[in-house]
Write a protein that binds this ligand. Structure first.
Ligand code: PHE
Length: 459
């Protein structure tokens, strides 16, 4: 195992926390969480999501970090290491492969949305929104979606930015982005929540997010919440495993990941609290507006806020940065593997993988205009953008997470696991129990019940 640790180690435990939080906090929290909550009935979705984070996300995150730190290599090779050690069938390595594929597929649609944010840095910065009414703000976004050339341009710029950081490698590239971004992001979100409190319909927004109405619960909504728990914590595809491989040996895994999980959840809830009061105060807007929700509701606030152009620009810069520090982790598993296995240098490896996602991303660019009505059966009657999102977030990540839980919980020897997490406390046994009996069972149950429910819809 002479290849162990060739990619370097984080400077210290905090760099790991920042990098993992940088991966977790992204478009998933600020863009996706609010619009999914809006589409899936608000409070019900939020509650299921919180349960999934606590009972499934955090325990599986611990398993992923420990697999990475145990093997000290790319997810594929860290898995190979643990498989060999446990004497398990080689097929388990599929977890790593599926993860690399999921990362590249997520990158394809992620970079298109990150491109919208980049474009909006420009739009808010030049004062376009100042004094605009809400329907004009909406038209502005529709016009962007209708323009494939613009979408392609910003998608390409974002892919290039991501490749640049991944090419620089662990500490210089990945470690440094999150350090300044996270505090600034939290401060701006707080500012926006305060603004919404005074200028939006805060009570309506709050009730929408936190009132639990059981009749709004559907299996599809539950699967969406489960999938989102994986997506938002960057789980089930090896990103966190890859980052775990660079974690110092003496750092406590448990404390670290709970910090990341809490930070991620706070950012998501704050985004919801910033957005929904504005939605309810501007009647043409609907909570269920879909992917455009963020890009329509917030500019309305910036249009009428004092120094709105300044705050708007700052906010979209932060969203773009958050997306950037997440997207690098989408490419890291594949890149690290190419470097280890194929003896390709980091720079060409990065550009090879980014190139793939960039090409696939073009289908997502077209999903909003030229191909908006093309929803073939083999994409389950969805546009390429919606299909890639569905396939990765709601199928591949939960499945990857389920397999990781089963592998660490059942296939690896408990002694080896205990040694790898380096933890003696009774919390270890509790975690190991949850990982064996609760997390995988819940994931499997939700996936099966949703499937049965979907068949019922068809027939
Ligand atoms: N967690 C990121 C977000 O919320 C997205 C992501 C998913 C990143 C999977 C890496 C792996 O935006």
């Amino acid at each position: 195992m002479e290849q162990r640790g060739i990619h370097g180690v984080w400077a210290n435990r905090w760099t790991f926390i920042l990098a993992a939080a940088g991966s977790a906090v992204g478009l998933g929290n600020i863009w996706k969480f609010p619009y999914m909550a809006g589409e899936n009935g608000g409070g019900v979705f939020v509650l299921v999501y919180l349960v999934c984070i606590a009972l499934i996300g955090i325990p599986i995150m611990k398993a992923e970090v420990l697999l990475g730190r145990h093997g000290r290599m790319s997810p594929i090779n860290s898995m190979n290491y643990a498989i060999k050690e446990a004497g398990a069938p080689k097929a388990w390595a599929g977890i790593g492969w599926m993860g690399v594929a999921a990362g590249l597929m997520i990158m394809a649609f992620y970079s298109v949305v990150a491109g919208w944010a980049l474009k909006y840095v420009w739009t808010t910065g030049t004062g376009v929104f100042t004094g605009m009414d809400s329907s004009a703000v909406g038209d502005q976004f529709s016009a962007l979606l209708a323009n494939p050339g613009q979408l392609f341009l910003w998608h390409s710029i974002f892919c290039f930015m991501t490749a640049g950081v991944v090419a620089l490698g662990v500490n210089r590239g990945l470690g440094s982005v999150a350090k300044y971004m996270m505090p600034l992001l939290l401060a701006s979100l707080l500012t926006l929540v305060i603004y919404s409190f005074f200028h939006g319909n805060f009570a309506a927004g709050f009730h929408f997010l936190f009132d639990f109405k059981i009749e709004r619960l559907s299996w599809n909504g539950v699967l969406a919440a489960l999938g989102h728990a994986f997506f938002t914590l960057s789980l089930g595809m090896g990103a966190i495993m890859a980052y775990g491989a660079y974690m110092p040996a003496n750092a406590s895994i448990g404390k670290t990941i709970v910090t990341v999980g809490i930070l991620d959840t706070v950012v998501a809830l704050a985004s919801g609290l910033a957005i929904f009061p504005l939605v309810f105060a501007n009647p043409p807007l609907e909570p269920s507006a879909g992917p455009g929700l963020l890009f329509v509701s917030l500019p309305i606030a910036f249009a009428s806020m004092p120094f709105g152009a300044f705050f708007g620009t700052l906010f979209f810069i932060l969203i773009a940065l958050a997306a950037w520090s997440s997207s690098v982790s989408l490419l890291e598993p594949g890149t690290a593997w190419l470097v280890e296995q194929k003896k390709i240098r980091r720079v060409p490896a990065t550009f090879l993988l980014t190139g793939f996602s960039w090409l696939l991303g073009i289908t997502c660019v077209l999903s909003f205009n030229v191909w908006a009505e093309v929803k073939p059966w083999f994409l389950l009657f969805k546009t390429p953008f919606d299909f890639l999102d569905f396939l990765t977030s709601q199928i591949m990540l939960p499945l990857g997470g389920l397999l990781i839980a089963v592998f660490v919980g059942w296939v690896m020897k408990k002694q080896v696991v205990r040694h790898a997490v380096d933890e003696q406390s009774p919390l270890f046994d509790a975690w190991h129990f949850i990982l064996r009996f609760i997390s995988p069972v819940l994931v499997a149950l939700v996936m099966i019940l949703t499937l049965i429910d979907s068949f019922k819809d068809f027939s």
